[in-house]
Design a protein around this ligand. Structure first.
Ligand code: NAD
Length: 492
């Protein structure tokens, strides 16, 4: 098994503890890599390196255009390594090679887009209301940013943070998930090759409590950019609040895919299937609730079952596989628990409903694509994030009722609407409480379009021009231009 090292201050280092843990391949359930088990001492070193790179040396002296050029160089290197990185991610988290290749080929665009944006961040000259002073603003970086990422799309979700954070001039300490760290440690080499000064990006691996917490609570960390579960996100927010730190939180969801009676049902069926079974349902934007208009309900469910039944399960590294394993053993058990909960609540299991024991699934953590009907909106299976291939199907009668059910959870990450009516599409886009609404499509993201959650799905936005603002602070500068102080005892 290959043993990896962490990146601190431009050097590849062992953890202070000397301890390592195994990363497990979800398809074989066998360990395949040894990951450094970082701790508080490593956090101290990494944050010190990031702080010093922020204040001294080459990085703060670079022009914004030069920072942008570094990000564009990084983009080219990522593009050249895309296939190799995709294979690592697929081996580490069990997601389909086709999906990971697609992500890796797309990731360079985040670095190009924010590289291009770096020198377009401008302050303003304010025509101030006071005589004899000139006032302008500067947009400045925050300092050391802690980026904490989950296992489901490790490099994509890191790029969403690192690209704007670096474009804005910050330095970063990045902690990937303990369940999928290998790609981060390999990716780290590309920062060196692109020419980033040492300490600008540091990578620490290990567990949330051992590396994540000391990082979040470190006095020299200015901002936390986190993607993960909403309970962890809440805890991160509490810890950040104690230090009055800024946060971007991208959390979970219980997104509704809403199919109206005037929809193109063939396309809608594909959209609902892709919303929940792509990525084995392990995506924050999973369309884990299908809301179907009563008049097309029976026909739609039949088509849905027919298409879902054809899903090819198997080795995620096989390009023909459509549904891979669940990434982690705890997640696998959690999904099986939710299937039992749904059955206990009286939902009707129409497809799947348990672990997959097909020969092509080897000894991996596979769960059959599962579809429940007879689901009521208040059931746990319709309220809580499962993060697995489990769909809850709910009928509705009116647009009003669809909105009420769709908005009736604590989450608000995304929603899908299937209709041919432009009026209905626009009305639903306005009324749905979700950071992203897709009409007649699902699961589309871009570096250009802001992404984030309403309600319990998160705080702040990633991607798009909005994202760079999350890594900047505004300074107001006042310059006297008349040369004599007014009355010193009153405010000017
Ligand atoms: P998680 O919350 O368990 O872990 C996410 C990261 O936080 C990991 O790096 C983990 O080590 C770290 N962490 C855990 N406990 C911590 C602590 N106490 N202090 C600091 N860091 C800690 O999430 P996960 O299981 O890796 O990922 C799945 C979750 O992520 C799902 O709920 C999913 O919805 C969410 N997600 C959200 C988005 C989004 O953009 N909204 C995208 C992908 C995944």
């Amino acid at each position: 098994m290959k043993q990896y090292a962490m990146l601190v201050g431009g050097r590849w280092v062992e953890p202070a503890s000397g301890a390592y843990f195994e990363s497990v391949n979800p398809y074989t359930a066998a360990p395949w890599a040894l990951i450094p088990r970082g701790g508080k001492e490593d956090v101290e070193r990494a944050v010190a390196a990031a702080k010093s790179a922020f204040r001294e040396g080459e990085w703060p002296k670079l022009t914004a255009s030069a920072r942008g050029a570094l990000l564009c160089r990084l983009a080219d290197l990522v593009a050249a390594e895309a296939d190799a990185l995709a294979e690592i991610e697929s081996t580490d988290n069990g997601k389909l090679i086709a999906e990971m290749r697609g992500q890796l080929k797309y990731i360079p665009q985040w670095f190009r887009y924010f590289g291009g944006l770096a020198d377009k961040v401008e302050g303003r000259v304010i025509p101030i209301d006071k005589a004899g002073v000139f006032n302008f603003t500067r947009e400045e970086p925050l300092g050391v940013v802690a980026a904490i990422t989950p296992w489901n799309s490790p490099l994509l979700l890191a790029a969403w943070k690192l690209a704007p954070a670096l474009a804005a001039g910050n330095t970063v300490v990045w902690k990937p998930s303990e369940f999928a760290s290998v790609s981060a440690l390999v990716f780290g080499r590309l920062f060196e090759r692109a020419g980033f000064p040492p300490g600008v990006v540091n990578i620490l691996t290990g567990y949330g409590g051992e590396v994540g917490e000391p990082l979040i609570t470190h006095g020299d960390v200015a901002k936390i950019a986190f993607t993960g579960g909403d309970r962890t996100g809440e805890h991160v927010y509490e810890m950040a609040a104690r230090g009055l730190k800024r946060v971007t939180l991208e959390l979970g969801g219980k997104s509704a895919n809403i199919v109206f009676d005037d929809a193109d049902l063939d396309e809608a069926v594909k959209g609902v299937v892709s919303g929940i079974f792509a990525a084995t349902g392990q995506t924050c934007i999973a369309g884990s609730r299908a809301l179907i208009h009563r008049s097309v309900y029976d026909a739609f469910v039949e088509r849905l079952l027919a298409l879902a039944r054809t899903a090819r399960m198997g080795n995620p590294l096989d390009p023909d596989t459509q549904v891979g394993p669940v990434t982690t053993r705890p997640q696998y058990e959690k999904v099986l628990d939710y299937i039992r909960i749904a059955q206990g609540e009286g939902a009707v299991c129409r497809l799947g409903g348990g672990l997959a024991e097909r020969p092509e699934c080897g000894s991996g953590w596979f769960i059959e694509p599962t579809i429940f009907t007879g689901v009521r909106p208040e059931m746990r299976i319709a309220q809580e994030e499962v993060f697995g291939p489990v769909l809850a199907v709910i009928p509705f009668e009116t647009e009003e009722e669809a909105v009420r059910i769709a908005n009736g959870t604590l989450y608000g990450l995304a929603a899908g609407v299937w209709t041919q009516s432009i009026r209905r599409a626009l009305t639903m886009a306005e009324r749905l409480e979700a950071g992203t609404v897709w009409v007649n499509t699902y699961r589309a993201v871009s570096y250009m379009s802001p992404f984030g959650g309403y309600k319990r799905s998160g705080i702040g936005r990633e991607s798009g021009i909005e994202a760079i603002r999350e890594y900047l602070q505004t300074k107001s500068v006042w310059i006297d231009i008349v040369g004599h102080a007014p009355n010193p005892f009153v405010m000017r």
